[in-house]
Design a protein around this ligand. Structure first.
Ligand code: ZN
Length: 282
């Protein structure tokens, strides 16, 4: 059976989402759009924020470029190593910083996101579901279709040459497990295997240390155990554990519980400014 054609446009990706997923996205976008028209009470806060994306499909390139240009008007870009050093230094943050991150390892991160980031000199971090890197839409059809819950969406992943190109362009490569695992469903030994194996595979293929871990789905108590999993990551030599809890990071924020803001590249600059205007270190 031949695979469905890989999805390259956001409009096709959305068509495949389940009704529940689409309603959740609509509700969230509606709330964000409404709130973004409210007068801004932006405190001139000092923070580090970690925006995150998954895909940058062909019809999202312009949106990502606009996002980065909007962020450039609000603060400075910082690599994840520099961001964590700044947060742990105990010093005042002294500005507003964005550490841009991408989850999963889709092919469009290399083909679409990288040129836009490189053109602007933005250092981003990419978190790989390492067992999907180098998969082939024909050969690995079932594995790829299993990535999304509808079972019908096929999005290509990067290969190791793509990942090396990201690293050589100054991007950071981290782990997002081997199998895009929901850690809370696994016992501690299996969590350790997901974290350890992905770290080894990434280090072997890139020839550089893999020091950052980003938790799939990332909600404490729903997707991972906050009292167990960041500790397992730390014991294996990871220096960070990224979640999907929204909010800004400030002095002394825990690197083993990094808060991030999920973004879709087609959100307007106005929506984006709304988000970041609310940011104050928590
Ligand atoms: Zn993910």
């Amino acid at each position: 059976m031949s695979p469905p054609p890989p999805i390259r446009r956001y409009r096709d990706f959305v068509r495949n989402r389940t009704l529940g997923e689409r309603l959740r996205t609509l509700a969230r976008d509606g709330a964000v759009a409404a709130l973004s028209f409210a007068p801004s009470s932006a405190a001139p806060g000092q923070w580090v924020r970690f925006p995150f994306y998954h895909h940058v499909f062909d019809d999202e390139r312009r949106g990502l470029a606009r996002h980065l240009d909007t962020m450039a008007g609000l603060g400075d870009f910082i690599s994840i190593d520099d961001a964590l050093a700044l947060l742990s230094s105990g010093d005042p943050i002294g500005g507003r910083y964005f550490c841009v991150t991408f989850d999963d390892g889709f092919k469009n991160n290399a083909t679409n996101a990288l040129p836009i980031l490189a053109e602007r000199g933005v250092p981003a971090a990419f978190f790989l579901a390492a067992g999907y890197i180098g998969t082939d839409p024909g050969r690995d059809r079932d594995q790829l279709l299993g990535f999304f819950e509808d079972g019908e969406t096929l999005v290509e992943f990067m290969d190791w040459d793509d990942c090396r190109a990201l690293a050589e362009a100054g991007m950071t490569i981290g782990s997002h497990t081997m199998n895009h695992a929901r850690l809370i469903d696994l016992d501690a030994d299996k969590v350790a295997v997901e974290l350890q194996t992905s770290k080894e595979v990434i280090e072997e293929n890139l020839g550089r240390p893999c020091l950052h871990f980003c938790c799939p789905w990332g909600r404490p108590g729903r997707d991972f155990l906050p009292d167990r999993d960041p500790g397992i990551a730390a014991a294996q030599g990871y220096r960070s554990f990224l979640t999907t809890v929204r909010g800004a990071m400030g002095p002394g924020s825990d690197p083993m519980g990094v808060r991030r803001d999920h973004l879709l590249a087609n959100w307007s600059p106005r929506q984006l400014r709304y988000f970041f205007a609310r940011g104050s270190a928590q």
